[in-house]
Design a protein. Sequence first.
Length: 493
Amino acid sequence: MSLATHLPALQVVLPLLAAPLTVLLRRPGLAFAVAVAVSWCALAIAVTLALQVHGSGAISYVIGNWPVPIGIEYRVDALSSVMLVLVSGLASVVLPYARGSIEREIPAPQHYLFYTMFLLCMTGLLGIAITGDAFNIFVFLEISSLSTYVLIALGRDRRALVAAYQYLIMGTIGATFIVVAIGLLYLMTGTLNLGDMGRRIAGVSGTRPVLAALAFLTVGVSLKLALFPLHQWLPNAYAYAPSAVSAFVAATATKVAVYVLLRFYFGVFGEAQVFARLPMAQMMLVLALAGMFAASTMAIFQTDLKRLFAYSSVSQIGYIILGLSYDSATGLTATIVHLFNHGVTKGAVFLLLGIVVAAVGGVTLVRVQGLGRLMPWTSAGIVLAGMSLIGVPGTAGFVTKWYLVLAALEKGQWWLVFLIVASSLLSLVYVWRFVEAAYFREPRKDIVPAAVPLSMTLPTALLLAAVVIFGVDTTYTVDPAVRAAEMLLGGPR
């Protein structure tokens, strides 16, 4: 067999093996080089797999040549290929940025541990996206979660420890609910392979254990993806974590959790079980709208920009779930496109805030007064990313809002179009708070911006360029999302 045959396994094995290697090296420079090289290799593998899926369909890779469903299967299809590219792409951008960032935000003796935990987090997220085994999803979910707790706690701010502890408690509850759901599904179907489970569950559909599994899974994953009102862990985690950690986790972790929800809803339980026989669509619609409005409103009153954009993430998750609640091809397209576009946008936002932290020592609205004069390019980048969160035409965020509006019109729900626009206006208000501070107030005389290394500015500029490119040319985002939505709707019913 050629090396290309084993690309699905290498996607997970490379970062998994690299993580203990960085511990053995113990030298931050070498650990950095290993982590960056592995992230770029992972991106190359993810793009190659995505092209193969586009050209010849889903890829099935069985571990140890054990046939499915006896053995563990890695499966790359239209949906998982999008997630693999998102996770590895963001990692390959954030890691070069991280070296300059963590020098200011993490004590020097812990730098090599940062790269170790980052690689483990990357391993878990990639594993979730590629595995076709339900229990493996739980295992990889825990790998990513445990490493994320450590990454958040590495920050110099003592409040990072409290944030990590809150996330640990909430994450553990969510993980418990998920493993209970998987146990119930195994009890009723006798298999852990997702595809085989989806076929067998048709014979026990509607039974109490299956309905209980659906309930446990929904609550557990909702905790992981920070669906309102189960979002309490997220604002502190994003606000007090090192900037590189905030960028990577905000751009990928909640998105992968949504992927798990999509995979189980459409690939295991089936569309009819979830949406036709139960009021899940109505429940998700209510929670999505509550998140869109409540979280945006809370963002308006924040004085710390990292907390402001953390609450913005809760609001944006509302848009993702809103697309899912439509139970239509257009709605699912909006959900999957927003997984990608919001990941790129929010990654850019937190990288920009990390540059501000490095330059002026903080991101409170008082501290960024007059930033438009002191750091014009960085300020313009934050405004551009904010425009994407609002949904201004020409940015990646507009594409999502457009498909959400189309999905609402397909359902004849004009009132939802009004609510989508109204929630976008709330996004305008909290973005305007930065604009007002940066452009309409005098710079503080006691603050002189420090020089920021090119290793931090170039990756940030790359993500900002992606925000514009994906807003103008939708070939690389909408087309894969449409294929993934069609695949999901073709699952068990």
